[in-house]
Each structure stands twice: as C-alpha cells, then as structure tokens.
Design a protein around this ligand. Structure first.
Ligand code: 13P
Length: 339
C-alpha cells in the first residue's frame, strides 16, 4: 500500500473551498433523472449531460474530483477525448463507483446489503489504469420501527471495510459511504442514534482490516429528520447534531467528511454544510460529495437539448460556487439570486 500517495489524493479531494461532484448514477438511476426532464434513457443523452457538467469552464475552482459510473469512464466526449482525460486536463481527479448496488439481504428483504466484492481487486487495477485515483462504495441503512437489524449494520460495515482495504492496495482512495436513509417518518433523534451506531461499527471494521484512515474519506448522511417526519428541524439543529455525532464517532486521522445530499434540496444541502463550517467544523475537512444537490438545477436547465449547454453549465457552476462558499461558512441565502 502506497500510503503517501493515498494521503496526497485524499487531501487534494478535501482541499479547502472544494468538494466532489457525484455523477456516478447507475444506468437505471440516470434513467430516472432523464425521465424528470422527459428524456429517454439513452447512452448518448447520459454522455451529453455528463460532458456538459465536466466541461463547465472553471469548475475546478470548486470541484476537486468527480465520481464516475463505469460507462462514463469508458466513454469519449464529442471532441474524442476520454472523460477522465477531460477532468485531468483541469486538475480534477477522476473517481469511480465500484459497488454493485444494494440488494435485499438474505432472510431480511426489507434491508439491503451492497454487492460487488467479487473480482473487486481486478476491477480496481483496471480503473487505476484508466485514470481513476479514488473510488466509492455505498451501503444503505434503512430506519424502520424494528430496523436496522444488527446483522444489516454489521454486514454492511464488513463489506465497506473489505472494499476499503482492497481499494487502498490498488492505489485508490476509498470513499466509505454508509448512508442512513431519510425515507420514513423517524425523528432526528432516531437518525442520530442509528448514524452513531453505524459509524462506530464501520470504524471498528476498518480498524480490523488494517485500513489506513489518512488515505480514506467518509461520505456520511447528515443527522436529520426523515422526509415524512412531524418534527422537521431547523438548519442550526441539523448542523449541531451532525457535528456532535461525527465528533463522537469519526477518528481525527480521517482527512475529510464529504456529505451526500440524500434527497435534501439544493439549498438545504448548501445551508447545512455552511452552518457546520460556520460553527467551526471538526478535526477533519467538512465538505460535499453531492449528486442531486449539485445537478438538479443543471439537469432542468439542460432538458436534454445540447443548445442549452451554456445555461446548464451556469446552473451547475452556481451550485458549485455556493457549496464552495459553504466550505468556509460564507454562504448566505441572498447568494442564491446571484446566478
Ligand atoms: P446524493 O447527493 O444525490 O445523495 O448522491 C450522492 C451519492 O453519491 C449517493 O451515493
């Protein structure tokens, strides 16, 4: 394991003022996004939208890395260059989603376990050769009256740890993503408990596998009430509870905490990140690895028509800039109107 190289990549991804664009939707998930703008799930459209984002002029000021899906890493853009080459040309680090998706657990169909460990070492070696320097594995933890089960939390933590170790041995910085879902009607307090439990289990498993924490990044959910909860809480409370939970569970050697947006609106995701950094953050960089919260406005501005490339890029750059400001606690809602 090349610890020095892994640490350098992790620090570059968590650099001040910057964060990650998660553009690694699987083909079926990308189909759902395209459907939102009335478009069919075609390879050409998937490529065109992603190329629009990746060629947005100046995005490297706010975006340190982009997580790609397998298809995208192998695609060529309209000028013939590979997608990884386009990113590398402006100093943006290409990454790759390596998990095989979350599938119903044996004997527990309401819970999910992420697949993809078979052949992972070989795939990581190939992705490294294609230019990737970091990767991502997403585990899904669902909250319900009797969920999650201890078996679900443990099995997902074990898989994350195996993935992280295999990735580091192949020279890729693993983004460890245990996502406690916002689906349901649970309270913020319940989200806190389950997130704390999950993160403690994950870090015990990472230690057990000898994962080098300074060469990893964490991609957690925020501590937040569920989509259908009665007690929607304010920005400050989400920020305070999330920070308290992370400080109690995430070792200080982890260089960066790169949040997922998980179904929050673009503005909410930015405001929450901003509030955490304004409070003073933690021993790690507090940043973003947003998918929907960086792409939603851009997707609607693009609408499947390449004639809208420039407006879509402007919408994406606007969100990237505001999240860049949130990295320093300098975002204000008035900046939403600056586009
Ligand atoms: P969202 O920010 O849309 O949750 O996506 C981030 C991600 O990569 C989920 O795996």
């Amino acid at each position: 394991m090349d610890r020095v190289a892994l640490e350098a990549t992790a620090h570059a991804l968590a650099a001040p003022g910057k964060g990650i664009l998660a553009a690694d939707e699987s083909t079926p998930t990308m189909g759902k996004r395209l459907l939102q703008v009335g478009m069919p799930n075609e390879e050409r459209l998937r490529r065109e939208f992603r190329e629009t984002l990746f060629t947005a002029p100046g995005m490297e000021e706010f975006i340190s890395g982009v997580i790609l899906f397998d298809e995208t890493l192998r695609q060529s853009a309209s000028d013939g260059r590979g997608m990884a080459e386009i990113l590398q040309s402006t100093g943006v680090i290409p990454g790759i989603k390596v998990d095989g998706g979350a599938h119903p657990m044996d004997g527990a169909p309401d819970e999910k376990l992420t697949a993809g460990l078979d052949g992972l070492a070989e795939r990581c070696a190939e992705y490294y050769a294609l230019g990737a320097r970091f990767d991502k594995w997403r585990a899904v933890i669902t909250i319900g009256d009797t969920l999650p089960s201890a078996a679900c939390v443990q099995a997902n933590a074990d898989a994350l740890a195996d993935y992280a170790r295999i990735s580091q041995d192949a020279g890729l910085v693993p983004i460890v993503e245990p996502e406690v879902m916002m689906d349901g009607n649970h309270s913020i307090g319940r989200c806190y408990k389950v997130t704390e439990w999950t993160l403690n289990t994950v870090y015990a498993a990472l230690a057990d596998r000898g994962v080098h924490l300074p060469g990893t990044l964490l991609k957690p959910n925020m501590v937040i009430s569920a989509n259908d909860a009665d007690d929607r809480v304010g920005v400050e409370e989400v920020a305070r509870k999330t920070l308290r939970c992370l400080k109690a569970t995430v070792p200080a050697e982890v260089p960066g905490v790169m949040f997922l947006s998980g179904g929050q609106s673009e503005q909410e995701a930015t405001a929450h990140l901003n509030a955490m950094n304004a409070i003073g953050g933690g021993p790690w960089e507090l940043s973003f690895s947003y998918g929907r919260a960086l792409q939603q406005s851009a997707l609607y501005a693009w609408g499947g028509d390449s004639a809208n490339c420039t407006v879509a890029q402007a919408a994406f750059l606007h969100r990237a800039r505001l999240n860049g400001a949130a990295r320093y606690g300098r975002y204000a809602t008035e900046m939403e109107a600056e586009a």
